[in-house]
Ligand binder design. Structure first.
Ligand SMILES: Nc1ncnc2c1ncn2[C@@H]1O[C@H](COP(=O)(O)OP(=O)(O)O)[C@@H](O)[C@H]1O
Ligand SMILES: [Mg+2]
Length: 260
């Protein structure tokens, strides 16, 4: 699969009209409408806040690389996303807006006695009122894929709020600006399968991704540094070799804070 001209055009037609700033965004991200009235998130490079650990002005590029990688895997995790040189505030990324349904949240915090049956518990804590609460997520295949996807892209910020479900219960992952760092930085709420065996189908997809990428892939590598490209291939090889879901690192906080 690839970014055909057609696919790329269907992600926002014509010009993007800004409608407002995204709530809860740490970067200057805008909700926009295209000529046909469809909604998109537009993150201009010029709106990126500098981070201590990621090179300046690279976050939007990482978002596009993550979306392209998802397309190569065929996992349908990331809403349609592409690069634009012609946004209202300059170059950046455009992503289809997902109408989130809060009640269907696939990752959430529950009263410890009310975790839905079958859900996988990730963290126990005591809230402000002294009650025991549990962070848990669905045991779905889509989240299993997302957890592997995050290991592949080295996602440093898979918060519960970065996992959305639409009205059909379709689950999407958003906000992949802090991915692909050359050092291990996996930080996620999706720890429900630590050390579990990767299902054969997903393992085949990962093996396929490794060969699709080869030494250079035009939809991935131009968005990353040379070292990041090399480390990406190393992470895929490691998962294919161990055949197991990743485990938290002892050197790095495993869970993003805040969780949402
Ligand atoms: N494609 C999207 N569909 C629906 N909501 C989104 C989408 N992208 C971002 N959002 C919403 O906007 C908020 C901020 O976006 P995010 O990508 O997290 O920006 P930042 O990089 O600034 O953290 C998200 O927490 C989410 O609520
Ligand atoms: Mg965010």
């Amino acid at each position: 699969m690839g970014t055909s001209e057609e696919t790329s055009k269907s992600i926002a037609r014509g010009s993007l009209e800004p409608m407002g700033q995204l709530r809860g965004a740490s970067n200057g991200s805008l909700l926009c409408r295209d000529d046909s009235g469809d909604l998109f998130v537009y993150k201009p490079v010029s709106g990126e806040s500098p981070l201590w650990d990621f090179a300046r002005d690279t976050l939007c590029r990482r978002e596009v690389a993550a979306a392209n990688l998802d397309r190569l895997l065929g996992w349908d995790l990331v809403p349609p996303t592409r690069w634009t040189d012609e946004g209202p505030m300059g170059p950046g990324m455009v992503q289809k807006w997902v109408e989130e349904v809060d009640e269907l949240r696939p990752v959430n915090i529950f009263d410890t006695h009310n975790v839905p049956i079958g859900w996988l518990s990730v963290l126990q804590a005591i809230d402000q009122d002294g009650s025991a609460v549990t962070l848990a997520h669905e045991p779905s295949e889509q989240l299993a894929r997302m957890s592997l996807f995050d290991a592949v892209v080295n996602n440093a910020d898979r918060k519960a709020g970065h996992v959305l479900a639409d009205k059909n219960g379709r689950v999407f992952g958003i906000d992949h600006g802090v991915c692909f760092h050359e050092e291990p930085k996996l930080r996620t709420v999706l720890w429900g399968w630590v050390d579990a065996q990767i299902p054969p189908k997903l393992l085949r997809d990962l093996t396929g991704l490794g060969s699709d990428l080869g030494n250079f892939h035009p939809e991935i590598d131009p968005f990353l540094s040379e070292t990041e490209s090399r480390e990406l291939r190393g992470r895929i090889a490691e998962l294919v070799h161990t055949e197991a879901f990743p485990r938290p690192s002892a050197q790095w906080p495993a869970i993003p804070w805040p969780v949402f």
